[in-house]
Design a binder for this molecule. Sequence first.
Ligand SMILES: [Zn+2]
Length: 78
Amino acid sequence: MAEPKGYHRIEAWTNGVRVVLLGDAPDDETDPECEMHNCDAMGCSSLGHHVLARLWVDDQWLRQWAKEKTAAQTEEPT
Ligand SMILES: [Zn+2]
């Protein structure tokens, strides 16, 4: 699939209500004072990607989709 012009692929996680966008943080040279990105404020883990944004999304289908995913995760093995 072609990328829509002006859009870039990033990683996102959701629980159906909140969407957390993950990506690269600016390096020390670009952002020496952590003004553009602050790991403590954004709650980045020490491993993996940086949290770029935490969004609230109120979408009925997304909520239901996430609920079904969660249910499937916690299903007892037969
Ligand atoms: Zn970070």
